[in-house]
Design a protein around this ligand. Structure first.
Ligand code: SF4
Length: 204
């Protein structure tokens, strides 16, 4: 089955050519440049923009990452994000990973809603006393083999909340941490680098 999924993910899916409305589809609409949908047919055809070197490298890197995930897991890398008491700054950067610019789903990395479906726990925050049991239960619910990544200064060292009475972290006091990603908050590219470093550690 993994071979089939690999094949599906690596083969380009044929796409239907979008239907371009004609005058017959819109009897009440006058034909003319102001009402025309799509490029102006009378305008000279534009030559496609040449791909720059950095665009080419970015495309190659994305393909390489996707292939590496497929070679390791045979499917998408599933990540459960856990907030162990953060200020939500780290979550904003993690959310940026799924926007169209970073597009981690296109690389074969999914954020999932349950630790039972996860290969990796991406944990933010300084680990508050109130979140300690919840984090431990999420870790126990995650199937083996599993990776733990501490995202942000708070999860790595306690950060600015280190000496608070409400904090029992950093995370490494509670769980075996595979990779730490410093920064307050870390940028999306740094988060992605940390996730890939954990994947390359070879424990999955
Ligand atoms: S590392 Fe910075 S941004 Fe992230 S939870 Fe801590 S204080 Fe907030």
């Amino acid at each position: 089955m993994w071979q089939m999924l690999k094949q599906l993910m690596t083969t380009d899916t044929p796409r239907e050519v979008p239907h371009r409305p004609t005058q017959a589809d819109m009897p009440g609409v006058a034909q003319g440049p102001a009402n025309q949908i799509g490029p102006d047919a009378a305008a000279p055809a534009q030559t496609p923009k040449a791909e720059t070197k950095s665009e080419g490298i970015r495309r190659d890197t994305g393909h390489g990452i996707r292939q590496e995930i497929l070679d390791t897991l045979g499917r998408a890398l599933c990540i459960r994000v856990i907030d162990s008491g953060s200020c939500n700054g780290c979550e904003l950067e993690i959310n940026a990973l799924v926007n169209p610019y970073y597009n981690i789903e296109g690389l074969g990395i999914k954020l999932v809603a349950s630790p039972r479906h996860a290969d990796m726990l991406l944990i933010t925050g300084p680990l508050t006393v109130n979140m300690r049991d919840a984090v431990l239960r999420a870790y126990e619910a995650t199937p083996h083999p599993k990776l733990v990544v501490a995202a942000g200064a708070c999860a790595c060292t306690g950060g600015m909340f280190k000496d608070s009475y409400a904090v029992c972290g950093p995370l490494s006091k509670l769980l075996p941490v595979d990779v730490t990603i410093p920064g307050c908050p870390p940028r999306p590219a740094e988060l992605l680098q940390g996730i890939l470093t954990a994947l390359q550690g070879g424990r999955l």
